[in-house]
Write a protein that binds this ligand. Structure first.
Ligand SMILES: Nc1ncnc2c1ncn2[C@@H]1O[C@H](COP(=O)(O)OP(=O)(O)OP(=O)(O)O)[C@@H](O)[C@H]1O
Ligand SMILES: [Mg+2]
Length: 396
């Protein structure tokens, strides 16, 4: 521990020199990331030792990647909280790393001192005799043996009792200095969740497409075949007034209804126009066939996961329908932009006064957004205008 604290202490001014050489545009640009990578390994080694001593499991911290371009190495250094933690540990390791081994050495020294000095008590001058157990003077052999043994026992007992405690204390301080803070843990968790949501969205999209295809090519195709056979059967029947004819007619109509419903279900699951033309094309088509003037701004719209596309499509469709039905507006603007979030804004210059309790459309918009962990803000004062702003995370 002592040598490691000394080595760490030497590392501090070295690192400072490296950082200073960055300021004057020197080799530090390349050297400092390497020093920090070394420090990471050094700190991780101590962390591993401390964890083993305390019998706890600590997740390893990833090494700094030095194969990246220098700019990315620095980005890695400055962005991640790990480097800050390594530096904090470095400073905190030095003082206890020096003091704790010194305290342990002092205890061991008690024993060594008693064993070596007690037999040599007679060398000491009479007016300044050897003192054992801190204060007791040794002036004869019985005293030397008695006090020497007493100091050996006390020193050994203290060493046995205190050294493991001191080591554990130091190990705990080491783990505490290198442990991620609550904010870091939260940030890491948010990162994990964002990633897992992204994969869930992708899986969901693939599943939606699969079910839509299955229904379209399987169930719907079979219904079409049944409907055709029923039609042929009806035509083949000479008497179209009897019970069989009525039953066939009902079965035929029922099949056609089921097909219509199925088509609706398929189109609400993943509207075919989205598959054909993408979100921008689908929104443009909604705008073109609306019974009101709709201006679209889709310049900043980039591809988003299919589940987000579907939700966005229905949100825009419902908002345009509402504006047409309720707002008396002359013009509706629809703006879609995406980065890590899809921003949707639909504004009409109508009379305002959206009241969620009057129907199911607005509640549906909110539910669709909430299902994707998104938010919806509706601003619609009486007298207008009305804005519906939805933010849907895409988790790229
Ligand atoms: N753009 C708008 N401008 C003015 N009022 C609106 C607008 N959109 C909605 N509203 C009001 O808010 C109410 C709720 O809208 P919502 O879409 O939830 O229901 P709806 O359109 O009436 O029925 P549906 O369930 O078919 O959508 C509407 O009945 C209407 O009074
Ligand atoms: Mg509505």
């Amino acid at each position: 521990m002592f040598p490691s604290a000394l080595a760490t202490m030497i590392g501090l001014p070295l690192l400072a020199v490296g950082v200073l050489s960055v300021a004057v545009g020197g080799a530090g640009l390349v050297v400092v990331p390497r020093m920090m990578a070394g420090l990471r390994k050094w700190a991780e080694w101590h962390r591993g030792q401390a964890a083993r001593l305390l019998g706890v499991a600590v997740p390893p911290t990833a090494d700094l990647r030095l194969r990246l371009p220098v700019r990315d190495q620095w980005r890695q250094l400055l962005r991640g909280p790990e480097s800050r933690r390594d530096l904090r540990w470095m400073v905190r390791h030095i003082v206890p790393g020096l003091l704790i081994p010194l305290a342990a050495l002092a205890l061991v020294g008690l024993v060594v001192n008693a064993v070596l000095e007690a037999p040599l008590w007679w060398i000491f001058p009479a007016d300044d005799p050897l003192r054992l157990l801190v204060a007791f003077p040794v002036t004869d052999w019985p005293g030397a043996i008695g006090l020497g043994m007493a100091q050996t026992v006390v020193g050994a007992a203290l060493t046995w009792w205190a050294v493991p405690k001191l080591a554990r204390l130091h190990a705990r301080a080491c783990l505490a200095a290198l442990a991620p803070s609550e904010a870091d843990q939260l940030a890491a968790r948010v990162g994990e969740l964002t990633e897992s949501r992204s994969s869930v969205l992708d899986a969901h999209a693939a599943e939606l497409r699969r079910i839509e295809r299955d229904l379209h090519d399987g169930t719907q195709a079979r219904l079409v075949a049944i409907a055709m056979r029923l039609a042929v059967a009806r035509e083949a029947l000479d008497d179209d007034t009897g019970t069989v004819a009525t039953l066939l007619k009902e079965a035929h109509e029922g099949t056609e209804e089921a097909m219509t419903e199925l088509r609706q279900v398929i189109s609400t699951m993943y509207p075919p126009i989205l598959a054909d033309r993408g979100l921008a094309g689908a929104v443009s088509a909604l705008a073109a066939r609306a019974g009101i003037r709709v201006v679209t701004d889709l310049h900043d719209l980039h591809p988003v996961p299919a589940a987000v596309e579907t939700a966005a499509y229905f949100i825009v469709a419902e908002a345009i329908t509402n504006a047409t039905k309720h707002s008396q507006a002359d013009r509706v603007t629809v703006r879609l932009a995406s980065d890590e979030t899809l921003h949707i804004e639909i504004t009409d210059d109508g009379q305002g006064g959206v009241d969620e309790s009057q129907g199911t459309g607005i509640a549906g918009i909110k539910k669709r957004a909430a299902a994707l962990d998104g938010t919806v803000t509706i601003v619609s004062p009486s007298g207008g205008p009305t804005s519906i702003i939805a933010e849907l995370p895409c988790a790229s």
